[in-house]
Design a protein around this ligand. Structure first.
Ligand code: NAP
Length: 262
Protein backbone atom coordinates (compact mmCIF):
# COMPACT_ATOMS: atom_id res chain seq x y z
CA UNK A 1 0.00 0.00 0.00
CA UNK A 2 1.40 3.40 -0.98
CA UNK A 3 1.91 6.10 1.66
CA UNK A 4 -0.40 9.11 1.27
CA UNK A 5 0.57 12.78 1.05
CA UNK A 6 -1.75 15.76 1.25
CA UNK A 7 -0.25 18.84 -0.40
CA UNK A 8 -1.95 22.23 -0.11
CA UNK A 9 -1.65 24.63 -3.03
CA UNK A 10 -0.56 21.75 -5.24
CA UNK A 11 -1.93 23.10 -8.51
CA UNK A 12 0.91 25.49 -9.32
CA UNK A 13 4.46 26.53 -8.50
CA UNK A 14 6.30 24.93 -5.60
CA UNK A 15 3.31 22.78 -4.57
CA UNK A 16 3.02 21.34 -8.06
CA UNK A 17 6.73 20.41 -8.11
CA UNK A 18 6.43 18.76 -4.69
CA UNK A 19 3.42 16.80 -5.89
CA UNK A 20 5.22 15.52 -8.98
CA UNK A 21 8.28 14.47 -6.99
CA UNK A 22 6.19 12.69 -4.35
CA UNK A 23 4.26 10.90 -7.09
CA UNK A 24 7.60 9.88 -8.57
CA UNK A 25 8.61 8.10 -5.36
CA UNK A 26 5.28 6.29 -5.09
CA UNK A 27 3.12 8.42 -2.81
CA UNK A 28 -0.64 8.48 -3.34
CA UNK A 29 -1.65 12.13 -3.51
CA UNK A 30 -4.32 14.55 -2.40
CA UNK A 31 -3.89 17.62 -4.61
CA UNK A 32 -5.44 20.70 -3.04
CA UNK A 33 -6.14 23.95 -4.87
CA UNK A 34 -8.38 26.96 -4.25
CA UNK A 35 -9.57 28.23 -7.64
CA UNK A 36 -7.49 26.96 -10.56
CA UNK A 37 -9.05 23.57 -11.31
CA UNK A 38 -7.45 23.27 -14.73
CA UNK A 39 -3.98 23.56 -13.22
CA UNK A 40 -4.89 21.00 -10.54
CA UNK A 41 -6.05 18.50 -13.19
CA UNK A 42 -2.82 19.05 -15.11
CA UNK A 43 -0.76 18.45 -11.96
CA UNK A 44 -2.68 15.25 -11.25
CA UNK A 45 -2.15 13.92 -14.77
CA UNK A 46 1.53 14.84 -14.72
CA UNK A 47 2.06 13.26 -11.28
CA UNK A 48 0.50 9.97 -12.36
CA UNK A 49 2.63 10.03 -15.49
CA UNK A 50 5.80 10.80 -13.51
CA UNK A 51 5.05 7.85 -11.23
CA UNK A 52 4.52 5.54 -14.19
CA UNK A 53 7.86 6.65 -15.69
CA UNK A 54 9.45 5.53 -12.42
CA UNK A 55 7.63 2.19 -12.50
CA UNK A 56 5.15 3.18 -9.74
CA UNK A 57 1.38 2.99 -9.72
CA UNK A 58 -0.21 5.75 -7.68
CA UNK A 59 -3.65 7.22 -7.09
CA UNK A 60 -4.04 10.99 -7.14
CA UNK A 61 -7.21 12.84 -6.15
CA UNK A 62 -8.03 16.53 -6.43
CA UNK A 63 -9.79 18.49 -3.69
CA UNK A 64 -10.79 22.16 -3.90
CA UNK A 65 -10.58 23.83 -0.49
CA UNK A 66 -9.70 27.29 0.77
CA UNK A 67 -7.31 26.60 3.64
CA UNK A 68 -8.22 29.89 5.32
CA UNK A 69 -11.73 28.53 5.99
CA UNK A 70 -12.39 26.13 8.84
CA UNK A 71 -15.16 24.20 7.06
CA UNK A 72 -12.93 23.77 3.98
CA UNK A 73 -10.03 22.46 6.07
CA UNK A 74 -12.33 19.92 7.70
CA UNK A 75 -13.70 18.90 4.29
CA UNK A 76 -10.16 18.47 2.94
CA UNK A 77 -9.18 16.13 5.76
CA UNK A 78 -12.50 14.25 5.52
CA UNK A 79 -11.92 13.88 1.77
CA UNK A 80 -8.48 12.37 2.41
CA UNK A 81 -9.92 10.00 5.01
CA UNK A 82 -12.73 8.93 2.70
CA UNK A 83 -10.54 8.39 -0.35
CA UNK A 84 -7.44 6.87 1.26
CA UNK A 85 -8.20 6.09 4.94
CA UNK A 86 -4.69 7.19 5.94
CA UNK A 87 -2.29 10.13 5.89
CA UNK A 88 1.50 9.82 6.17
CA UNK A 89 2.63 13.27 5.09
CA UNK A 90 1.06 16.72 5.27
CA UNK A 91 2.74 19.41 3.19
CA UNK A 92 1.59 22.90 4.17
CA UNK A 93 2.55 24.73 1.01
CA UNK A 94 -0.32 27.02 -0.01
CA UNK A 95 0.43 30.66 0.58
CA UNK A 96 -0.15 34.07 -0.94
CA UNK A 97 1.73 37.33 -1.33
CA UNK A 98 -0.06 40.62 -0.65
CA UNK A 99 -2.13 41.81 -3.62
CA UNK A 100 -0.07 45.01 -3.59
CA UNK A 101 3.30 45.54 -2.00
CA UNK A 102 2.61 48.49 0.28
CA UNK A 103 4.90 50.28 2.72
CA UNK A 104 4.13 49.30 6.34
CA UNK A 105 3.21 52.91 7.06
CA UNK A 106 0.39 52.59 4.51
CA UNK A 107 -0.50 48.87 4.23
CA UNK A 108 -4.12 47.91 4.87
CA UNK A 109 -5.70 45.93 7.66
CA UNK A 110 -7.66 43.86 5.13
CA UNK A 111 -4.43 42.68 3.48
CA UNK A 112 -3.01 41.81 6.91
CA UNK A 113 -6.13 39.79 7.81
CA UNK A 114 -6.09 37.94 4.50
CA UNK A 115 -2.39 37.05 4.70
CA UNK A 116 -2.72 35.85 8.28
CA UNK A 117 -5.76 33.73 7.42
CA UNK A 118 -4.21 31.97 4.42
CA UNK A 119 -0.52 31.84 5.37
CA UNK A 120 -0.71 31.23 9.12
CA UNK A 121 -4.15 30.35 10.49
CA UNK A 122 -4.78 27.91 7.62
CA UNK A 123 -1.61 25.80 8.10
CA UNK A 124 -1.88 26.03 11.91
CA UNK A 125 -5.36 24.56 12.13
CA UNK A 126 -4.90 22.16 9.23
CA UNK A 127 -1.84 20.81 11.04
CA UNK A 128 -3.94 20.49 14.19
CA UNK A 129 -6.54 18.41 12.33
CA UNK A 130 -3.97 16.28 10.50
CA UNK A 131 -1.91 15.72 13.66
CA UNK A 132 -4.87 14.42 15.63
CA UNK A 133 -5.65 11.97 12.86
CA UNK A 134 -1.98 10.92 12.61
CA UNK A 135 -1.90 10.27 16.37
CA UNK A 136 -4.98 8.06 16.05
CA UNK A 137 -3.46 6.17 13.09
CA UNK A 138 -0.28 5.58 15.03
CA UNK A 139 -2.21 4.18 17.97
CA UNK A 140 -3.44 1.52 15.52
CA UNK A 141 0.01 0.93 14.01
CA UNK A 142 3.09 2.05 15.97
CA UNK A 143 5.36 1.38 12.99
CA UNK A 144 3.98 4.41 11.12
CA UNK A 145 6.25 7.48 10.96
CA UNK A 146 3.98 10.36 9.96
CA UNK A 147 5.53 13.67 8.96
CA UNK A 148 4.49 17.29 8.61
CA UNK A 149 6.37 19.74 6.39
CA UNK A 150 5.68 23.44 6.09
CA UNK A 151 6.95 25.53 3.21
CA UNK A 152 7.96 28.71 4.94
CA UNK A 153 10.22 31.45 3.52
CA UNK A 154 13.34 33.52 4.11
CA UNK A 155 10.71 36.15 4.96
CA UNK A 156 10.39 34.42 8.35
CA UNK A 157 13.49 36.40 9.39
CA UNK A 158 14.10 38.93 6.59
CA UNK A 159 12.52 42.37 6.92
CA UNK A 160 10.80 43.54 3.72
CA UNK A 161 9.10 46.77 4.73
CA UNK A 162 6.83 46.71 1.67
CA UNK A 163 5.17 43.44 2.69
CA UNK A 164 5.18 43.36 6.46
CA UNK A 165 2.02 41.26 6.54
CA UNK A 166 3.72 38.50 4.53
CA UNK A 167 6.82 38.60 6.75
CA UNK A 168 4.81 38.39 9.95
CA UNK A 169 2.74 35.47 8.66
CA UNK A 170 5.95 33.62 7.81
CA UNK A 171 7.61 34.47 11.14
CA UNK A 172 4.54 32.94 12.80
CA UNK A 173 4.99 29.76 10.77
CA UNK A 174 8.51 29.40 12.19
CA UNK A 175 7.06 29.20 15.70
CA UNK A 176 4.33 26.87 14.45
CA UNK A 177 7.01 24.39 13.37
CA UNK A 178 8.64 24.48 16.80
CA UNK A 179 5.34 24.11 18.63
CA UNK A 180 4.08 21.12 16.67
CA UNK A 181 7.53 19.50 16.66
CA UNK A 182 7.65 19.78 20.46
CA UNK A 183 4.08 18.53 20.90
CA UNK A 184 4.12 15.64 18.43
CA UNK A 185 7.52 14.02 19.05
CA UNK A 186 6.09 11.73 21.74
CA UNK A 187 3.66 10.44 19.13
CA UNK A 188 6.41 9.60 16.65
CA UNK A 189 5.42 12.43 14.31
CA UNK A 190 8.28 14.57 12.99
CA UNK A 191 7.82 18.16 11.87
CA UNK A 192 9.98 20.15 9.45
CA UNK A 193 10.15 23.53 7.85
CA UNK A 194 11.64 24.41 4.50
CA UNK A 195 12.69 27.99 3.82
CA UNK A 196 12.90 28.71 0.12
CA UNK A 197 14.65 31.83 -1.08
CA UNK A 198 13.72 33.48 -4.36
CA UNK A 199 11.95 30.84 -6.46
CA UNK A 200 10.65 31.23 -10.01
CA UNK A 201 6.86 30.83 -9.81
CA UNK A 202 3.74 32.85 -10.57
CA UNK A 203 4.19 34.48 -7.16
CA UNK A 204 7.50 36.09 -8.12
CA UNK A 205 6.68 36.85 -11.78
CA UNK A 206 5.61 40.44 -10.96
CA UNK A 207 9.01 41.17 -9.37
CA UNK A 208 11.14 39.22 -11.84
CA UNK A 209 13.22 42.17 -13.07
CA UNK A 210 14.03 43.32 -9.55
CA UNK A 211 15.24 39.86 -8.51
CA UNK A 212 17.11 39.30 -11.79
CA UNK A 213 19.13 42.38 -10.91
CA UNK A 214 19.61 41.52 -7.24
CA UNK A 215 20.75 37.97 -8.03
CA UNK A 216 23.19 39.28 -10.65
CA UNK A 217 24.53 41.69 -8.00
CA UNK A 218 25.19 38.85 -5.55
CA UNK A 219 22.02 38.55 -3.42
CA UNK A 220 22.73 34.84 -3.06
CA UNK A 221 26.11 33.05 -2.99
CA UNK A 222 24.66 30.58 -5.50
CA UNK A 223 23.90 33.04 -8.29
CA UNK A 224 20.67 31.79 -9.80
CA UNK A 225 16.93 31.74 -9.24
CA UNK A 226 15.64 28.86 -7.18
CA UNK A 227 13.41 26.45 -9.04
CA UNK A 228 10.33 24.74 -7.59
CA UNK A 229 12.15 21.42 -8.00
CA UNK A 230 14.89 22.60 -5.60
CA UNK A 231 12.27 22.84 -2.86
CA UNK A 232 10.58 19.60 -3.90
CA UNK A 233 13.83 17.64 -3.50
CA UNK A 234 14.08 18.71 0.14
CA UNK A 235 10.54 17.43 0.70
CA UNK A 236 11.50 14.13 -0.94
CA UNK A 237 14.39 13.71 1.52
CA UNK A 238 11.89 14.03 4.36
CA UNK A 239 9.33 11.81 2.66
CA UNK A 240 11.97 9.10 2.17
CA UNK A 241 12.71 9.19 5.92
CA UNK A 242 16.25 10.44 5.49
CA UNK A 243 16.03 12.72 8.58
CA UNK A 244 14.63 10.28 11.16
CA UNK A 245 16.37 11.80 14.24
CA UNK A 246 15.53 15.41 13.38
CA UNK A 247 12.42 17.37 14.20
CA UNK A 248 11.61 21.07 14.32
CA UNK A 249 14.41 21.37 11.77
CA UNK A 250 14.71 24.27 9.33
CA UNK A 251 16.02 23.37 5.88
CA UNK A 252 17.17 26.42 3.95
CA UNK A 253 16.69 26.08 0.18
CA UNK A 254 17.84 29.55 -0.70
CA UNK A 255 21.15 29.44 -2.59
CA UNK A 256 22.90 30.42 0.64
CA UNK A 257 20.87 33.62 1.20
CA UNK A 258 20.76 33.00 4.97
CA UNK A 259 24.55 33.17 5.32
CA UNK A 260 25.56 36.48 6.82
CA UNK A 261 28.71 37.12 4.82
CA UNK A 262 31.13 39.90 5.66
P1 NAP B 1 2.09 30.28 -6.42
O1 NAP B 1 2.85 29.89 -7.64
O2 NAP B 1 1.38 31.58 -6.37
O3 NAP B 1 1.04 29.09 -6.10
C1 NAP B 1 0.21 29.20 -4.97
C2 NAP B 1 -0.56 27.91 -4.77
O4 NAP B 1 -1.33 28.03 -3.56
C3 NAP B 1 -1.56 27.63 -5.89
O5 NAP B 1 -1.63 26.24 -6.06
C4 NAP B 1 -2.87 28.18 -5.31
O6 NAP B 1 -4.03 27.52 -5.83
C5 NAP B 1 -2.69 27.83 -3.85
N1 NAP B 1 -3.49 28.65 -2.93
C6 NAP B 1 -3.50 30.00 -2.78
N2 NAP B 1 -4.36 30.38 -1.84
C7 NAP B 1 -4.92 29.23 -1.35
C8 NAP B 1 -5.91 28.95 -0.37
N3 NAP B 1 -6.51 29.94 0.31
N4 NAP B 1 -6.25 27.67 -0.14
C9 NAP B 1 -5.67 26.66 -0.84
N5 NAP B 1 -4.73 26.86 -1.78
C10 NAP B 1 -4.37 28.13 -2.04
O7 NAP B 1 3.05 30.27 -5.13
P2 NAP B 1 4.48 29.59 -4.88
O8 NAP B 1 5.50 30.57 -5.25
O9 NAP B 1 4.52 28.21 -5.45
O10 NAP B 1 4.47 29.53 -3.28
C11 NAP B 1 4.17 28.35 -2.56
C12 NAP B 1 4.59 28.55 -1.12
O11 NAP B 1 5.99 28.83 -1.08
C13 NAP B 1 3.92 29.74 -0.43
O12 NAP B 1 3.65 29.42 0.92
C14 NAP B 1 4.96 30.83 -0.52
O13 NAP B 1 4.80 31.80 0.49
C15 NAP B 1 6.22 30.02 -0.37
N6 NAP B 1 7.41 30.68 -0.88
C16 NAP B 1 7.52 31.06 -2.19
C17 NAP B 1 8.68 31.67 -2.62
C18 NAP B 1 8.89 32.12 -4.04
O14 NAP B 1 9.89 32.82 -4.30
N7 NAP B 1 8.03 31.76 -4.99
C19 NAP B 1 9.74 31.88 -1.73
C20 NAP B 1 9.59 31.48 -0.42
C21 NAP B 1 8.44 30.87 0.00
P3 NAP B 1 -4.76 28.00 -7.22
O15 NAP B 1 -3.89 27.48 -8.35
O16 NAP B 1 -6.08 27.35 -7.17
O17 NAP B 1 -4.79 29.50 -7.19
Amino acid sequence: MNPVALITGASRGIGRAITLELGGIGYDLVINFVSNQEAAVQTRNDAVQRAAQNGKTIRAEICQADISRGEDRARLVDFTREKFKRLGLLVNNAGIAPAVRADILEASESSFDQLMAVNLKGPYFLTQLAAKWMIAQRQQDAKLQPKIVTINSISAYTASVNRGDYCISKAGLAMMTKLFAARLAEHGITVYEIRPGVVATDMTTPVKEKYDRLIAEGLTPIKRWGQPEDVAKAVVAIALDLLPFSTGEVINVDGGFHLAIL
